[in-house]
Each structure stands twice: as C-alpha cells, then as structure tokens.
Design a binder for this molecule. Structure first.
Ligand code: 5GP
Ligand code: ZN
Length: 111
C-alpha cells in the first residue's frame, strides 16, 4: 500500500480527521499554506479529478469542503484548489481538494 492518503483513510497512518464519513475524509495539511489548510478526499482511491467519474461522490466532496470551511469559521472567504496532474504540480496522486483560508489569499486569476 504505497498511497499515503489511502493509508490515512484506512487508519494505518494515524490522523486526526476534521471530517469523516463513509466516503469522504478531511484532515489538516502537513505543510499549511494558510491558517486554515484542510485536505478533503475520497476514502476510495481515485488518482485525481481527471479520473473522477462518480458524480455523487463529486457532490459529496464539494459539500464536505463547504462544511469544513463553515466549521473553521471562514466567513470572510476561502479558496478551493484541486491540483490535477503534472502541469498543476499534483504531488500526491490521490484526489484531494485544498480548502484554504484564514488570511487574505490574493487574486489567482487576473482580468
Ligand atoms: P498537491 O498534490 O495538491 O500538490 O498537494 C499535496 C498536499 O498534501 C501538500 O499540500 C502536502 O503538504 C500535503 N501532504 C503530503 N503528504 C501529507 C501527509 O502525509 N499528511 C498530510 N496531512 N498532508 C500531506
Ligand atoms: Zn490512495
């Protein structure tokens, strides 16, 4: 079992979850880029958003992102990032969504 996030999901790497249900887990990023930096991912291994075909799971993931952002008190705003494949610099090959907030994040896209 080489995949770190599968190991987090199945408990072989002990982790504190900020959310856990049958299909989705959320936990704090080990190298936080903002005061709140939570990773939301499916328990089941999916390489990236590119491979995600389960539309129900897609909705569940998004819904957990919004829930953990609310629970973290990010009413001033937050950002969702899904680094997908090489050009986005995806480092962990198990689909995860970054929930970032707790400071002004700047604009990512101009125009
Ligand atoms: P990405 O693949 O989207 O570039 O980012 C992967 C993220 O996972 C990084 O922000 C990194 O800090 C985080 N990460 C990598 N390994 C671990 C780990 O073992 N535990 C936790 N909590 N986060 C991790
Ligand atoms: Zn995995």
């Amino acid at each position: 079992m080489a995949c770190t996030f599968c190991q987090i999901a199945n408990g072989s790497i002990p982790s504190k979850f900020v959310h856990s249900d049958e299909r989705v887990i959320a936990f704090r990023d080990i190298r936080p880029q903002a005061p709140t930096h939570i990773l939301v991912c499916p328990r089941q291994h999916v390489d990236s958003l590119w491979e995600l075909e389960d539309e129900l799971l897609a909705g569940q993931l998004l819904s957990v992102c919004a829930r953990v952002a609310r629970e973290a008190g990010l009413e001033q705003g937050w950002r969702l990032i899904a680094n997908t494949r090489e050009h986005a610099g995806q480092e962990v090959q198990h689909l995860h969504l970054h929930v970032l907030g707790g400071r002004p994040l700047g604009r990512m896209l101009s125009g």
